[in-house]
Design a protein around this ligand. Structure first.
Ligand code: TXA
Ligand code: MG
Length: 350
């Protein structure tokens, strides 16, 4: 791949500078790929209606071609051009949560090229809340296809330097809007079945969706402790290993006291084997003999916001093993545990 100079330009997220947004939008119009912030994680965007532009995203990320992209829009008029129908329940979700961190899977119209949807008859669409993202979409005049702006398999980027770590020399521009607000990706929900199915838990919880539209299901691959193992999968992204820092991740879940004991015990064992250990904990006063201790945060929202950054920080410190404490499964906790299980090589319940 040709090496390009990657420019990182700081943009005020509350009041994005018009000239910078125009420059970025022109790159999109010219078939280039650029990185930009959303409220969830940074995206790697290109014109969703153009096959050649979208093919560059797959190449830059090293993403398998059967893993479709999310199409980002800035108004309802564009939505109607991209899908064949909007069920009433989808409309309710849109009214309540858009712009925001929830992606709807709907039946696609003909204007979307195959590559954008990985050959599926459906398309995943969301209207982001971040002003930089919205302005960029508006000024470019196109819906923007954007996966998270990381190299495939790595934790999603929640600030511009994470993007640079992964994509320096591969894209011309990174719009730097600071740290993202939510920190984990959007919820992906399939609205094409009678009862909507959550394919990926994320920024909007199952509980809050159910408050709006009643019963929704989690896709079967999301339930239970088992890791995904080659079953029929509705969201192609679910079958790939994800969110993996270079360090090995061990997830420990259970009652607070048991977790604390297990974490200390594991740390000592790994240290005696000469490993560099990082502990990620919600217990501020935890005493362990690790090289690095990272406080995960007090609320589930804070834990989500810091999660991917914490995993990347451990890599920066050449940590061999990350021991991370599990969270409860309610609300945002379900999405956090989903990411941790995908990152972990071992999950221990005590
Ligand atoms: O928060 C987010 O959603 C971020 C920001 C940039 O918007 N984007 C993001 O994209 O996380 P990505 O590509 O990393 O994840 C998209 C997920 C994948 O799991 C993919 O398989 C699924 O959405 N997906 C996309 N189109 C789909 C479709 N038509 N049917 C089912 N799943 C789909
Ligand atoms: Mg991703």
């Amino acid at each position: 791949m040709k090496i390009v100079k990657t420019e990182v330009v700081r943009v005020n997220v509350k009041k994005p500078d018009n000239a910078i947004i125009l420059k970025a939008a022109n790159l999109i119009r010219n078939g280039e790929v650029i990185a930009f912030p959303t409220e969830t994680v940074y995206g790697l965007g290109a014109n969703a209606l153009d096959t050649l532009s979208v093919s560059k995203i797959y190449r830059i990320k090293g993403r398998p071609p059967d893993n479709p992209l999310i199409v980002h829009i800035a108004n309802m008029k564009t939505l109607r051009t991209l899908v064949t129908e909007i069920p009433p329940t989808a409309n309710k979700i849109i009214k309540k949560f858009w712009p925001g961190p929830i992606t709807l899977v709907l039946r696609k119209s003909k204007i979307l090229p195959k590559i954008t949807t990985g050959g599926l008859s459906t398309v995943a669409i969301r209207m982001p809340k971040n002003k930089i993202a919205l302005e960029l979409i508006k000024k470019s005049g196109y819906p923007i296809a954007a996966p998270s702006a990381n190299v495939s398999g790595k934790p999603s980027p929640t600030n511009a330097s994470h993007v640079k770590e992964d994509l320096d020399g591969k894209i011309k521009l990174i719009l730097d809007g600071g740290s993202t607000e939510i920190g984990i990706e959007s919820t992906v929900i399939d609205m094409t079945s009678n009862i909507p199915v959550i394919l990926r838990p994320g920024g909007i919880s199952k509980e809050s969706i159910e408050d709006e539209i009643g019963n929704v299901h989690y896709h079967s691959s999301l339930i239970g402790l088992r890791r995904y193992k080659g079953k029929i999968n509705k969201s192609p992204g679910m079958k790939y290993m994800h969110y993996s820092p270079n360090a090995q991740v061990i997830l420990v879940e259970g009652t607070e006291i048991n977790v604390n004991i297990k974490v200390a015990e594991l740390t000592n064992k790994l240290k005696s084997e000469g490993k560099k250990v990082c502990v990620m904990t919600t217990n501020k006063s935890l005493k362990v003999n690790a090289e690095m201790v990272q406080y995960m945060g007090k609320t589930l929202e804070a834990i989500a916001r810091n999660l991917f950054g914490n995993l990347r920080k451990a890599d920066k410190n050449s940590i061999d093993v990350i021991i991370v404490e599990g969270t409860p499964y309610n609300n945002t906790g379900f999405a956090i545990m989903n990411r941790l299980k995908k990152a972990a090589i071992t999950c221990i319940r005590v």
